[in-house]
Design a protein around this ligand. Structure first.
Ligand SMILES: [Zn+2]
Length: 327
């Protein structure tokens, strides 16, 4: 064993996932912990530092030299200062510097970016996007992240701190309010928060014959419990996944047509409900594309699963460390 290693972190709406990764993209150690963002930014940053420290110790124990760390954070990020500008799903972190405390704790450079961009870099490097030149990525988690991989590289737009935010494409004007402040975004259909809100609305309408009603008796349901209801055949729960597929299909049809591309890769925890939404997604895709025969559209599931964004964040760190050496 031995050689270089980087730490990659995915700071999502609910969980912090972190991995120690070698230069080939192999995950040497993976950690996942609840972020508990409601306890505030200092607690979240403390958790982040502690997780990174643990992986740094693992690197030393395994005989690897830690070169750098990469943080993929859900939101609009100022990479130059390593701080969060605006995070719809982690608003407690707005304005907070996250790279500096990690840098101080680890003693290595820390690079920051968006979590869905890290997903794209990870899948493109060592996952389902390997060898695919152009594709759209979407992460279905607490919210809906997105990225564009064009010409084999992450599309960064005008360097404004956001790009490929397909979760905030409006698919239903005037629809439900989104965490970003707009209405009818893809995220209001294709995320855990969309499933939970949808279930709550169904129950509030008095449709008590649905198994969804029972989910609210003990505590607030989550994507998994709603998925279980749908898997057992509950029509109302299935309807939530049908509309998720519809919204994703509509967004992808528009993106494929606008960009002249035909591949998409979907990840994030909610993509585990694949069988429940992929049918309606493909149907909507084929109904809304005039330029591309539906059979040529390719929608793939993430190959790296939970480690996709951490692996991508580690890749960002490796690239940064390499650049720094060359400079
Ligand atoms: Zn939005």
């Amino acid at each position: 064993m031995g050689g270089d290693a980087c730490i990659g972190v995915d700071l999502g709406g609910s969980y912090l996932k972190a991995a120690l990764v070698d230069p080939s993209g192999k995950v040497l150690e993976f950690r996942k912990t609840a972020l508990q963002i409601r306890r505030g930014a200092p607690f979240a940053i403390q958790t982040l530092v502690a997780e990174c420290r643990t992986l740094s110790e693992s690197a030393a124990r395994l005989g690897f030299r830690l070169r750098a760390a990469g943080l993929g954070i859900a939101g609009k990020i100022d990479s130059a200062s390593g701080s969060v500008i605006f995070s719809p799903n982690l608003p407690q972190l707005d304005g907070h510097a996250v790279a500096a405390p990690v840098e101080a704790a680890l003693g290595v450079p820390v690079v920051t970016g968006n979590d869905a961009d890290a997903f794209g870099i990870g899948e493109g490097w060592a996952g389902a996007g390997k060898g695919i030149e152009n594709w759209v990525g979407a992460t279905l988690g607490t919210g809906t992240g997105g990225c564009l991989m064009l010409g084999g590289r992450l599309w960064r737009g005008d360097g404004l701190g956001f790009s490929g935010e397909i979760g905030h494409m409006i698919v239903q004007p005037g629809g439900s309010s989104c965490a970003c402040g707009m209405r009818g975004c893809l995220e209001t259909f294709a995320s855990e928060s969309a499933l939970v809100r949808g279930a709550r609305e169904i129950v509030a309408e008095g449709k008590t014959q649905t198994a969804l009603a029972g989910l609210f008796e003990a505590k607030t349901p989550n994507a998994r419990s709603i998925f279980e209801c749908a898997s057992k055949g509950d029509p109302a729960a299935r309807g939530l996944f049908d509309r998720m597929g519809w919204a994703l299909g509509l967004a992808l049809a528009n993106l494929f047509t606008a960009l002249g591309i035909r591949h998409a890769i979907l990840g994030g925890g909610v993509s585990g409900a694949w069988d429940l939404f992929i049918g309606p997604l493909r149907e909507t895709l084929s109904e809304n594309m005039s330029m591309l025969p539906a059979a040529q559209a390719v929608v793939l599931k993430s190959a790296l699963g939970e480690s996709a964004a951490p692996v991508g964040a580690a890749r960002m760190a490796f690239l940064w460390a390499g650049e720094a050496v060359r400079r």
